[in-house]
Design a protein around this ligand. Structure first.
Ligand code: CMC
Length: 428
């Protein structure tokens, strides 16, 4: 017998189906609730609300499990290339040799951006935040490729748009970096890997042949994979909801970049390093920072701690912590901020406040330390997150679109003023 849930309202019983996911996750399907009862549910921040049924990423917050299309994040981070993972998230399966070769080839041949876009960069002030530049540039791609605006979503146009976006985002990110450094932009090099080409555009200079350092290439490959998808988080939900109005892919992803920018989401990686640097500069005991984070009258939070779904540990943070140790050792970098991070983690994990609330270091806690060691400026950290997250956003947008999901449009409980008469300005 299929499971159902009953809601009793004013003595009347209403029955709703229970949906069971492939990992036995349970949800009460209340899509007909308002029609049959006149009531809606209220769930600010969607803490208990499933917005979709998705086959992309499985996440078990209690047990620290994260899988992309069934593959464990640990395996992918260890063995796969970022392009394989991008293909997996976008198209549903790991590519065979032929599929990967076609995908790589297509991506490689779309890496150039229209020369007119350089003029947009020229117009940005020096030290413009790169996330603001990236979001604007991604949205503006839709103006150069009007076929992306076709709401009927011809499959060939969608594929071309997807390949262009994956190909061009590293070029745009590197251009944003070069703009702020006052350095000439570098054109992509087609004989390099996706990550290697990004490194060349970031750190190459016209006068010299840039040599890709395999340690850095491998670290970035891993970081991109670890960030590639995370089911219905804030930016992904944004991408799906914007796309549900049949807005084009570029605009939907641009909205995702903006949502990611906030310090409670992807912007936390920048905020973590700024916090650790402040702690180091002030030299005050770590306990005083912990006490501030616990004090409800103080807005300070320990950045890089806590997660909406992980309440025991974040599997990505485990891998990144080890990667940070490895990268610093391999590059011979001694970063005192890493020591502060480790001490802070130790103090917090033994503090009852953090233990009771299940607040553990998240993916952003250690990623900034690696980015710093690689010479990436702090305000570029969230851009690095966006580069990694892109295939996930695309896969989620594509799934929403293929399933013909309805336009996203939550309800509300109105708490404002009842109807009143318009008052003349002199009588207010
Ligand atoms: N420092 C101090 N207290 C915290 C923190 C923190 N970092 N995070 C949560 N709490 C407390 C919070 O005050 C609340 O306490 P109480 O129950 O006494 O009111 C309790 O823990 C639950 O917090 P919440 O804000 O209701 O939890 P949430 O699920 O709404 O928020 C979060 C999750 C990630 C926004 C939050 O933990 C946070 O602000 N962390 C710092 C920012 C951060 O590192 N963000 C990156 C998230 S991982 C990257 C990504 O995927 O976005």
């Amino acid at each position: 017998m299929s499971e159902t849930a009953r809601i009793i309202l004013n003595g009347q019983e209403h029955e709703f189906p229970v949906v069971t996911g492939s990992e036995n996750e349970k949800a009460i399907d209340i899509s007909k609730l308002r029609g049959s009862t006149g009531y809606i549910t209220l769930d600010p921040g969607f803490k208990n609300t499933g917005s979709t049924q998705s086959g992309i990423t499985y996440l078990d917050g209690e047990n620290g499990i994260l899988r992309y299309r069934g593959y464990a994040i640990e395996d992918l981070a260890e063995k796969a290339s970022f392009m394989e993972v991008a293909y997996l998230l976008i198209y549903g399966d790991l590519p065979n040799e032929k599929e990967l070769s076609y995908f790589n080839d297509s991506i490689t041949h779309h890496t150039l951006v229209h020369e007119n876009m350089k003029r947009f960069f020229d117009a940005f002030p020096l030290r413009a935040h790169p996330m603001g530049m990236l979001s604007s540039m991604v949205a503006s791609l839709s103006t150069f490729y009007p076929e992306s605006q076709n709401p009927n979503r011809d499959i060939t146009d969608i594929d071309l748009t997807i390949h262009r976006l994956v190909a061009k985002i590293p070029t745009l990110a590197a251009q944003a970096y070069k703009h702020n450094m006052g350095l000439p932009t570098m054109y992509p090099k087609n004989n390099l890997s996706y990550v290697g080409n990004f490194m060349h555009m970031m750190w190459g200079v016209p006068a010299e042949d840039y040599v890709v350092d395999p340690i850095i290439e491998s670290a970035l490959n891993k970081l991109f994979i670890l960030h590639a998808d995370h089911e219905q988080n804030c930016s992904t939900s944004t991408v799906r909801i914007v796309g549900s109005s049949q807005a084009n892919l570029y605009s939907s992803i641009s909205a995702g970049v903006s949502a990611l920018w906030g310090p409670l989401h992807g912007g936390a990686n920048q905020a973590v390093i700024e916090m650790l640097e402040t702690i180091r500069a002030e030299g005050t005991p770590l306990q005083s920072w912990i006490d501030r984070a616990k004090d409800k009258s103080d807005s300070f939070r320990l950045m890089g701690f806590g997660h909406r779904v992980y309440k025991n540990f974040d599997p990505r943070a485990r891998i990144i912590k080890k990667a940070a140790d490895d990268v610093l050792a391999q590059l011979g970098v001694d970063d005192p901020v890493l020591d502060i991070a480790k001490q802070l983690e130790e103090v917090a994990l033994n503090d009852e406040y953090f233990v009771q609330r299940g607040l553990y270091p998240n993916v952003d806690f250690y990623s900034g330390i690696i980015y710093r060691a690689l010479g990436i400026p702090t305000d570029m950290f969230t851009v690095m997150f966006a580069l990694g997250r892109l295939p996930g956003w695309i896969g989620q947008w594509k799934e929403m679109s293929e399933n013909r999901e309805p336009i996203g449009r939550p309800r509300q409980v109105f708490t404002g003023s009842p109807a009143r008469d318009y008052a003349d300005i002199k009588n207010r």
